[in-house]
Design a protein around this ligand. Sequence first.
Ligand SMILES: Nc1nc2c(ncn2[C@@H]2O[C@H](COP(=O)(O)OP(=O)(O)OP(=O)(O)O)[C@@H](O)[C@H]2O)c(=O)[nH]1
Length: 391
Amino acid sequence: MVIFLLILLGIPIFGWLQYRQAHSLENLTRPSFSGFEWNAFKLELRVLSLRSALFEAQMRQDTPQLIEQVSTQYSLFFAHMSSIDNGESREAMQDAPIFQTVLAQAHAFVKQADPVLESVSPTPDYPAMQLLLDQVDSLHANVHRLVIEAHSRRYLQSSQLIQEVTALGNYLLVLSSVVLVLGIGWGVSAMRNLSLTLQRQQQFKELYLHSSFHASHDFLTGLANRRLLYDQLQHALASSKRHNAYGAVILIDLDNFKPINDTYGHDAGDMLLVEVAKRMKNCVRDVDTVARLGGDEFAVLLGQINGPAEDVNGTVSMVSQKLLDALSAPYLLTPLGQKAEPGGIRHVCTASVGVAVFFKDELSADQIIKAADAAMYRAKQLGGNRSERAT
Ligand SMILES: Nc1nc2c(ncn2[C@@H]2O[C@H](COP(=O)(O)OP(=O)(O)OP(=O)(O)O)[C@@H](O)[C@H]2O)c(=O)[nH]1
């Protein structure tokens, strides 16, 4: 009798529990952009358009419309900053330390930009524009970090959710087994919920895998990281085999990088690395991969290089020389808060370059990277600012 009463009472309680679980799963699975993420993206877009407007204005040096465009972009940027500063979204973002840095940097930028933009019409002050452009670049690097941090949060959140969903799934499994053993009709609905849970668990796993941007990119420069370079190299080897085309890996290690860290601090070193990344990307095609392997070591993967071996050698030498020239040009850096040198920091550093050409899958990815590394080491031993080919 007592057992019968317990089962009778247990059924509605169990039903209620099922209902709660189904609903909490609904909430867990609903994808949403957090205010943090959304604002980070909007800010990055705004800084990017501000940058390109400033850049155009500087390049063309003529039309008042461009100055107008810069001013418009600037006002939009300013409006966006103020809305973040005052609005609800700040609540969501303020616990991220990087957000505070970006906000402070943006305010410093706005303070500096105001008088410049007032003076640009009708005779633009181009050195001042250049200064603004540098500031926007530095701001952009930080906003980029903010976006990556937003990605990471999403990633962490989803991995946490996977654990939660897995725990719920296990709980449901035990409950439904008990209910099935008791032979109660609720077992059917429990099983349905279980399969729903497992399905959602799978969706979360996919979400988790897809938010892997930060797992394959370098945090500072946004370039591919070592792992992505290896993946791309594997693809390039397969494609080289299919199309009978050559390819090459160029490893680049900066010479004389450490002194900038030692003299001006890591912020200045970081700015230089961001500038190096930008210069390297300008030297190659969009289809080629530029990666940062760590510290001051970078790599370029030239995918399909068409033509006979002599032409391929010519192309690879041309790209290596282009990289050497681009990287050895002086770096003019203006980290915010830098007081030591009013005109900014001028630093010269060259690069040591090692090249390994590959054809089909004669060598493995590891062997190619090792060969390029040995050639790069030779270039460094020979005094740097030069390129050596793998033997
Ligand atoms: N600013 C900054 N510095 C870094 C980062 N990662 C590594 N480093 C520094 O980069 C430096 C690399 O050292 P080295 O390779 O000896 O520098 P180098 O002066 O170019 O020396 P050679 O390569 O021998 O020509 C070290 O001081 C590291 O602390 C980073 O993300 N940011």
